[in-house]
Write a protein of this length. Structure first.
Ligand SMILES: [Zn+2]
Length: 247
């Protein structure tokens, strides 16, 4: 972990009463088990998290997840790395971890993500609406700290475009909300990406119904200051209702 990242970690721990714990998880598809290191702070809490099927299926599809826990066993901020996809972030671990630290830092500084709840559809909407807004602040804050959260994003999305590994568009609402959030990341976070035009053409072809909302959301976000906490809260809720118009 580089110095800027280490400093960010210590700062989060000073602001919060719990440690930031990075947990690599190895998925063994053959035996259908998950392996985690034998000893680390909050292991019992992590075992509980990993016993929830919904959580594991989310992890399997992700490169990394962050979870903030404040329970009977204490306060923990976990960054969980999906080792099965480690080849994707080889040499860029700092970029991936900085992104997750960003989410945790926002959480402990009063820029909370929307409550996911227990309903799967609601959780999907809350996750992706929060991501659009939080990723803007994460990119800015990481940059201030000399960290680049987009390096890893660009590698993954460039590879997908170059290899034409973009999956066929699906009409499920959760997938569309996810596509919307990813498109916003590209537009706002990678304005100088040499494949941005190609990416946008591909997204427009796959998700024509999203195009108008992506553009109007970009224009609206450019006029507000998300670092103002009341503006931040309002933006989260407005974006959630806007995203509900996606069918
Ligand atoms: Zn994120």
């Amino acid at each position: 972990m580089n110095d800027a990242l280490d400093q960010w970690k210590r700062e989060i721990e000073r602001l919060s009463s719990g440690p930031v714990v990075i947990v690599p998880v190895e998925t063994d598809a053959v035996r259908n088990v998950l392996n985690i290191p034998p000893v680390f702070a909050g292991r019992a809490v992590m075992v509980q998290l990993l016993s929830a099927e919904a959580f594991v299926s989310q992890l399997v599809r992700a490169h990394a997840l962050n979870v903030n826990v404040d329970g009977p066993l204490g306060v923990f901020h976990f960054v969980i790395l999906n080792r099965r996809r480690a080849a994707d972030w080889e040499g860029m671990e700092d970029s991936l971890i900085a992104h997750e630290f960003g989410h945790i830092w926002l959480n402990v500084t009063g820029y909370r993500s929307l409550e996911a709840g227990t309903d799967a559809r609601q959780a999907c909407l809350a996750t992706h609406a929060s991501d659009v807004i939080q990723h803007i602040l994460i990119r800015e804050e990481a940059q201030r700290r000399g960290l680049d959260t987009m390096r890893f994003w660009l590698r993954v999305h460039t590879a997908a475009l170059v290899n034409e590994r973009t999956p066929a568009a699906t009409t499920g609402r959760c997938e569309q909300w996810q596509a919307f959030a990813e498109w916003m990341d590209a537009m706002l976070g990678a304005p100088r990406w040499d494949l941005l035009d190609k990416y946008e053409r591909s997204m427009t072809a796959r998700y024509p119904a999203l195009r108008a909302l992506v553009t109007s959301t970009r224009d609206w976000l450019a006029t507000i200051d998300l670092w103002d906490r009341s503006v931040y809260e309002h933006a989260l809720h407005r974006l959630t209702s806007d995203m509900l118009t996606i069918r």
